[in-house]
Design a protein around this ligand. Structure first.
Ligand code: SF4
Length: 499
């Protein structure tokens, strides 16, 4: 399932001798959260000018390409603290280079840089209020609003200005804010998006502290996970804290309960990350096991070879392992196989006019293993179905490879409703389930012998089995239509300029 996108990955580090390089590696680990652009800002003191500076570099492209020039790390992005951002953007805003983060500004209190993951739901109202007062904007990004709110606060301490600003924004977001002497990590009051806190031992015995959208970024830089930034928490990492190991923490006002995004577990986060306090791998396996109870593999006649279970790689691999092992355990024999191979080096493939774009697009990403699929009853498992166009093409490819039967299993419930909390979804009409009256009709359109989804209860049970702390603290609105925070439907989706 590749038709839902996260809005960004963020990483910040404080008190690290090679901060920019650490951020580079952190962003590299978070590349799956945004591939449009990447940027790093650091905090340093310019001896020649006698004042703090925030050098930064950002450009469109993947992290590897944007930071190809080593001199950036040796001569420009100096200092022992900084923040970084991987951006994914919606059509239109991606063309605007001014929207690439982090944003860096200088105001009466000093320098401040900001990087942001998610969306601000009252951005339209805030922007209108600023424009009515004559404020000029350089970008169409929500993040710039936060900087204006910080700069216009009447408070004198930077943290108070930040808290002033945060009291005025609503939505589903995580922020890393770099000041001249601190790194501030923020998670929205509902905790929709994940943000983790870690530390890494420096050679001099002190610790560097870091925050990241996912803990896979900590693994790459050699940091250990400490804890999540809590929903509504603002953590201030400063010099004093690096000595005492204790950081000032503030709480934003909370009007609603915790509603962490279940899609992070279903699809978006990497399985080697700890998200919302639990390994994604563990949660996904439990989700796969729950699916085995809701919709096991078909039973075959005695003497016939058991069905093979294949994952749509890579995001479905873990759930498929859980599914196949549980099917066998509960009396539905099957064999886990690798029948689809994913090409990881596709990027934006050029497809010439006249070629069958859809088919070629899928074929550039996936290929079948004929020897595995030929003459077999195949159960394909995907983590979710959104528009269904990729799934339909993959089914055809598996059939073309000689599969005798193709059964489709989905390790989440049907995606019925759009997300207003920081994920980019197709419109409601484009979602596959909204185009048909029944599962059977969908199965016929996909070209499969059977189609079955995980139930909402099954999904939530799978999540709770792996991570009991998530019980009653998750958002599943795109599956259930039950939005945990009221949204202004349609108008908001169209008019908010995300990222
Ligand atoms: S609506 Fe879906 S994608 Fe959006 S936050 Fe809720 S669970 Fe996540």
């Amino acid at each position: 399932m590749r038709q839902i996108r996260e809005y960004c990955g963020i990483f910040g580090i404080f008190n690290a001798p090679d901060a920019a390089r650490m951020i580079y590696y952190g962003l590299h680990a978070l590349q799956h959260r945004g591939q449009e652009s990447a940027g790093i800002a650091t905090a340093t003191f310019d001896e020649a000018r006698g004042r703090p500076m925030m050098p930064h570099y950002k450009e469109n492209g993947l992290v590897l390409d944007v930071f190809r020039d080593q001199s950036l790390f040796e001569e420009k992005l100096l200092g022992d603290s900084g923040i970084g951002h991987n951006r994914y953007s919606t059509t239109g805003s991606s063309d605007n280079r001014a929207n690439i983060q982090p944003f860096v500004v200088h105001d009466r209190t000093g320098n401040v840089a900001l990087a942001h993951n998610g969306n601000i739901s009252n951005a339209r109202e805030l922007r209108q209020a600023f424009q009515d007062r004559g404020t000029l904007f350089q970008t169409t990004s929500d993040s710039e609003l936060v900087l204006h709110l910080i700069a216009q606060s009447r408070r004198t301490r930077r943290i108070d200005q930040v808290l002033d600003a945060l009291a005025q924004v609503e939505g589903a977001f995580c922020l890393v804010i770099l000041t001249d002497d601190a790194l501030i990590a923020v998670r929205d009051p509902n905790g929709f998006r994940p943000l983790a806190l870690g530390r890494k031992l420096n050679r001099d015995g002190t610790y560097a502290y870091c925050v990241a959208s996912e803990t896979c970024a900590f693994d790459l830089v050699g940091a250990e996970y400490m804890r999540d930034v809590e929903p509504g928490e603002v953590v201030v990492i400063d010099r004093k804290g690096t000595v005492t190991g204790e950081f000032a923490s503030y709480n934003l006002a909370r009007r609603f309960g915790t509603s962490q995004c279940v899609f992070e577990y279903v699809y978006f986060s990497r399985p080697d990350s700890k998200v919302f306090g639990e390994m994604v791998d563990k949660v996904r396996r439990k989700i796969g096991k729950a699916l085995a109870h809701d919709a096991p593999v078909p039973k075959v006649k005695r003497g016939q070879r058991p069905p093979i279970v294949i994952a749509v790689p890579d995001s479905s691999n873990t759930a498929t392992l859980g599914y196949a092992s549980e099917c066998n355990k509960i009396g539905y024999p099957c064999k886990f196989e690798i029948g689809l191979i994913r090409n990881h080096y596709v990027g934006r493939t050029f497809i010439s006019p006249g070629q069958d774009n859809r088919e070629l697009k899928v074929r550039t990403k996936f290929n079948t293993v004929e020897g595995v699929l030929k003459d077999r009853v195949v159960v394909m498992l995907d983590d979710s179905i959104v528009r269904g166009t990729t799934a339909r093409q993959l089914v055809k490819m598996v059939r073309d490879a000689g599969a005798k039967e193709v059964h489709f299993r989905v390790a989440s419930p049907p995606v019925r409703s759009p997300c207003f909390y920081g994920m980019d979804f197709p419109s409601k009409e484009e979602l596959l389930v909204n185009q048909f009256d029944s599962i059977d009709e969908m199965a016929a359109w996909l070209g499969v012998d059977s189609l079955a989804y995980l139930s909402i209860d099954g999904m939530m049970q799978g999540v709770s089995n792996a991570n009991p702390a998530c019980e009653g603290a998750m958002c599943n609105a795109c599956f259930s239509g039950q939005y945990p925070v009221p949204v202004v439907l349609d108008a908001q989706k169209e008019e908010n300029e995300w990222q």
